[in-house]
Write a protein that binds this ligand. Structure first.
Ligand code: ASP
Length: 354
């Protein structure tokens, strides 16, 4: 069947197709009246819950994980499963909307931004704080706008050929986003990168900040992620035994170190020696800040200069979510440690300002 339609001026246009992939999370839940707890509903009935979907001038199909999962259970295997659905359907659809629990959405969106290579189509993540089945749900507007964005093309090219997160009124680059509020409908922020679009009466795209698809580049999916990556948040009074246990964790190849302010850490000799030994032993350490906004600048204070001298890498303004998944991706897709280090000093998918 042809996908071409006539518009009001009699010109032929292509009827776009968007695939919804439901992975789990609050958006697709229903409240059990007896226990008041959340249960999943049959996602094939999505058009019943959101009849507005039928009014779009593009086709919408949906598929659901079986079983669906709370996003707390996300892991690299599930990212591969999700990416494979996109890969298998890449030529059949013009855009993808991924419905995902909000808790780890920023991790999955970051991971997929590295795994999906030469993306030429939108992959828009969304979810909700209240299920679609509740009267005050935020899920309906999130889903409808995410679908709108995923279907938007201009001169034959996708408006946002990126992995992104749409929530409440903003479209963010996925690997720049963090969940910061467990209650508000505005649950996500991206303090170090402007929104790709702002949504009110109109959807206003910030074209200057949207990455363009590479012309002629072929879409591929990198399936390997190496999870021998750790995360350590520094705090005043951190004990040496704890630090040692982390730095010497069997199999650990890389560590994201969440430091204070602009990349600062304690300056006492013992702490610095332990970091130095770990780096000399081959551990890759990436310095990101605990602050939501701003960047690591290790050369600013003596406390950061020591880390720099020891071979700790500068994570700049990257989110923790992007830092962890970038390391998993680099370790999984390179042979030599040097290649990982080169990758860390580059922006792969707009995740860092350099
Ligand atoms: N626990 C849920 C999840 O992340 C919360 C949500 O969907 O917002 O899967």
């Amino acid at each position: 069947m042809s996908n071409n339609l006539l518009n009001k001026t009699g010109r032929i246009y292509l009827k776009r197709k968007v695939l919804i992939i439901y992975t789990g999370g609050t958006i697709g839940m229903a409240i059990d009246p007896e226990t008041n707890s959340l249960l999943s509903f049959d996602f094939s009935l999505i058009e019943e819950k959101v009849p507005e979907i039928k009014r779009f001038d593009f086709d919408v199909n949906s598929t659901s994980f079986k079983p669906i999962i709370d996003s707390s259970d996300m892991n690299p295997d599930v990212w591969v499963k999700l990416g494979t659905i996109i890969e298998d359907n890449y030529n059949r659809y013009d855009g993808f909307v991924v419905l995902h629990g909000t808790d780890t959405m920023a991790y999955t969106a970051s991971a997929l931004s590295f795994m999906l290579q030469n993306l030429g189509k939108p992959v828009v993540f969304t979810g909700s704080q209240l299920p679609l089945s509740t009267i005050r749900t935020d899920g309906k507007e999130n889903l409808i706008t995410a679908l709108d964005i995923a279907s938007t093309y201009e001169n034959g090219l996708a408006k946002v050929p990126e992995v992104c997160i749409f929530f409440q009124d903003k479209l963010f680059r996925g690997n720049r986003t963090t969940k910061y509020n467990a209650e508000h409908f505005r649950a996500f922020r991206s303090d170090n990168y402007p929104p790709l679009a702002e949504v009110g009466v109109h959807v206003k795209y910030n074209d200057a900040y949207i990455q363009k698809a590479k012309e002629g580049a072929v879409f591929t999916f990198a399936k390997k992620m190496d999870n021998n990556v750790g995360l350590l948040k520094l705090y005043p009074g951190i004990s040496y035994t704890f630090l040692e246990a982390v730095l010497k964790a069997p199999g650990l190849k890389a560590l994201v170190l969440e430091t204070f302010g602009s990349g600062n850490a304690p300056t006492n000799k013992k702490f610095l020696e332990m970091i130095k030994d770990a780096v000399h032993g081959g551990l890759i350490i990436l310095n990101v800040t605990q602050c939501l906004a701003g960047s690591v600048a290790m050369e600013r204070y003596q406390t950061g200069i020591y880390l720099l001298e020891m071979g700790v890498h500068n994570g700049g303004d990257m989110t923790t979510e992007a830092a962890i998944t970038k390391l998993m991706y680099l370790l999984g897709n390179t042979i030599h440690t040097d290649e990982v280090k080169i990758g860390l000093n580059k922006s792969l998918k707009g995740e860092i300002y350099l």
